[in-house]
Design a protein around this ligand. Structure first.
Ligand SMILES: Nc1ncnc2c1ncn2[C@@H]1O[C@H](COP(=O)(O)OP(=O)(O)OP(=O)(O)O)[C@@H](O)[C@H]1O
Ligand SMILES: [Mg+2]
Length: 455
C-alpha cells in the first residue's frame, strides 16, 4: 500500500502531497513531511491511507470478512453478520427500541471485539441504567458527547473494532454551519463515519431518526452513503418489533428479524408464525390465515377485515399492514368478477402483529377475509389460504408453495386453499402430510363458493 508522506501537525491528517490547508481541521500551513520510521499519527482517524489500483484478480480476499453478532434475528437481516468496514444505519420511530437493540448488539460483540458505544442523546448514567435493565454481561466502552471531534479523539486512542453512534443526528462539527441534525452536519458526520469504516475496517452502526412520514430524517443521500439501512418497526403499544432491511450491499433485503420488547430488552422470536397466531382464540368472521414468504422463511399471519355499513357519504377505507391500493384492487376484482358489492360499506383491514405484507401471494386470503366479514361467515380454524388474484378474477400460482404448506402443517393447519396450478407442483416430490386436505381453486368466485357459501 502506498504510504502517506505528509501529515498535519494540528490534527494528524495524513496525505501524499503537501497541502496548504488541512482537510481535517481546516488550519493553514500545518503540513510536515513524515520522517522515515515515524509511527502513524492519524489523530482524527480521517487521514488518507493510499489509493490503490488493482485488478479484480489481485484484490486479496480477507479470510474472515463478516462476523455474527450472536443475535440471530439481527444477523439474519444483515445477511449473516456484520461485514468489516461497513456502515449500518438503523432507523425507527422514537422509543421503538433502537438504543436498546444496539446496546444489546454492543454487549454481545464486546465479548470478543473492542466496542465503543458513543451516546449523543443520553448521559453515561442513562446508558448505564439501560444496561442494568438489559442485564448486559460484557463490557463495551461508552462515551457521552455530541462533539464529533471528541468522538474522534476517543476513536484515535481506543481504536475500536465496532462503533455505535447513537444518534447520527446528535453529533456535530464545530467548524460547520448549522445545528446538529441539519443537512450540512449530517452529511459531514456520516461521511466521517464512512471514511473511518473504509480506512480502518471498523464496523459502524449509526442510529438515525425518522421523520413523521417514517423515512430517515435528513437527505436521502444518507441512505446512499451507508452500506446497509435497517428499520426497526412495530406498533408502539404492542410488544412485537420487526427489523427490516431496506438496503444491504452485502445481503438480501427480504429478510426480517422478529423481536419481542420485554423488560430485559429485545428478545428474539425464532418461530414468529407460532407467536403471531398464538393470540387467535377461535375463528371469527373476517379473520383468515395466510402464509407469506419473508426472505427465506415462511411466515403465517392472520389478516382481519371489518366490513360494515358506512355513516358517511364516502365510505372509509383503511388498511394497516397491506398497501391500501392492493386492498382497493382486490375489492374491485371482487365487485367485477365475484358479484360482491362494497357500496356504502366502510372497510378496515389489519394484519395482526404489526407485520407488513408485500407479497401478492396473500391476495386470495385478503379477498376471502373481506367477503367473510361482509357475509358474517367465519372459516374453520384449520384453514390456510394462499394465492395471487389476477385482474380478471383468476387465481395465479405462487412461488415456494411447498414451504408455505409445510409451515402450515407444522402449526396444525389441515385444510389448504391454493391455486389449482400449484397442485401440479405438489404432485411431484414428497407428499404433504396425509391428513391435509388440499383445495385447488381457479377463480376468486370459485374460492368464495367453496369457503363462504359452502358450495
Ligand atoms: N422496564 C421496561 N420494560 C419493558 N419495556 C421497556 C422498559 N423500559 C423501556 N422499555 C421499552 O423500551 C423503549 C425505549 O427503547 P429505546 O430507548 O431503545 O428506544 P429508542 O428507539 O432508542 O428511542 P429514542 O428515539 O428516544 O432514542 C420504550 O418505548 C419501551 O417500549
Ligand atoms: Mg435511543
Amino acid at each position: 500500500m502506498k504510504k502517506a508522506l505528509f501529515y498535519c501537525t494540528e490534527c494528524g491528517y495524513e496525505a501524499y502531497k503537501w497541502l496548504g490547508r488541512c482537510p481535517g481541521c481546516s488550519s493553514w500551513n500545518t503540513f510536515q513531511k513524515i520522517a522515515a520510521g515515524d509511527p502513524a499519527r492519524c489523530k482524527s482517524g480521517a487521514g488518507v491511507t493510499g489509493v490503490e489500483v488493482l485488478s479484480l484478480q489481485e484484490i486479496p480476499v480477507a479470510e474472515e470478512e463478516r462476523f455474527a453478532t450472536g443475535i440471530g434475528e439481527f444477523d439474519r437481516v444483515l445477511g449473516g453478520g456484520a461485514v468489516y468496514g461497513s456502515v449500518i444505519l438503523l432507523g425507527g420511530d422514537p422509543g421503538i427500541g433502537k438504543s436498546t437493540l444496539l446496546l444489546q448488539v454492543a454487549d454481545r460483540l464486546a465479548a470478543f471485539k473492542k466496542v465503543l458505544y458513543a451516546s449523543g442523546e443520553e448521559s453515561l448514567y442513562q446508558v448505564k441504567l439501560r444496561a442494568q435493565r438489559l442485564k448486559t454481561s460484557a463490557d463495551p466502552l461508552v462515551i457521552s458527547t455530541t462533539r464529533l471531534v471528541e468522538l474522534q479523539e476517543a476513536l484515535f486512542s481506543i481504536k475500536p473494532d465496532v462503533l455505535v453512534v447513537d444518534s447520527v443526528q446528535s453529533f456535530y462539527k464545530e467548524e460547520l454551519d448549522g445545528v446538529p441534525g441539519s443537512i450540512n452536519q449530517l452529511r459531514e458526520v456520516t461521511a466521517d463515519m464512512v471514511r473511518l469504516a473504509k480506512e480502518k475496517g471498523t464496523v459502524v452502526f449509526l442510529i438515525g431518526h425518522v421523520t413523521k412520514e417514517g423515512i430517515m430524517a435528513g437527505p436521502r443521500l444518507l441512505e446512499h452513503m451507508v452500506d446497509c439501512v435497517l428499520y426497526l418497526e412495530g406498533e408502539r403499544y404492542h410488544s412485537f418489533r420487526i427489523l427490516r432491511g431496506v438496503k444491504n450491499r452485502f445481503g438480501s433485503t427480504n429478510e426480517i428479524g422478529v423481536f419481542l420488547m420485554e423488560e430485559a430488552g429485545l428478545a428474539e422470536v425464532t418461530n414468529p408464525s407460532q407467536l403471531f397466531l398464538a393470540q387467535r382464540s377461535s375463528a371469527r368472521g373476517g379473520a383468515v390465515v395466510t402464509a407469506s414468504i419473508e426472505g427465506t422463511r415462511p411466515l403465517l399471519v392472520e389478516i382481519q377485515s371489518l366490513v360494515t355499513a358506512s355513516n358517511y357519504a364516502t365510505p372509509r377505507r383503511t388498511s394497516a399492514g397491506i398497501d391500501l391500493n392492493r386492498v382497493a384492487l382486490i375489492m374491485a376484482v371482487l365487485e367485477k368478477h365475484a358479484g360482491v358489492s362494497f357500496l356504502g360499506l366502510d372497510t378496515f383491514v389489519n394484519v395482526v402483529g404489526g407485520v407488513r405484507l408485500t407479497e401478492t401471494a396473500v391476495d386470495l386470503a385478503l379477498a376471502i377475509s373481506l367477503v367473510s366479514s361482509l357475509k358474517g361467515k367465519s372459516l374453520s380454524e384449520d384453514t390456510l389460504i394462499v394465492g395471487e388474484v389476477g385482474l380478471t378474477g383468476e387465481i395465479r400460482p405462487v412461488s415456494r408453495i411447498r414451504q408455505r404448506l409445510n409451515e402450515g402443517v407444522k402449526l396444525g393447519f389441515k385444510r389448504f386453499v391454493l391455486p389449482r396450478l400449484n397442485l401440479k407442483d405438489l404432485e411431484q416430490g414428497p407428499k404433504i402430510q396425509s391428513a391435509t386436505h388440499l383445495v385447488g381453486v381457479e377463480t376468486v368466485k370459485e374460492a368464495i363458493g367453496a369457503l363462504i357459501l359452502g358450495e
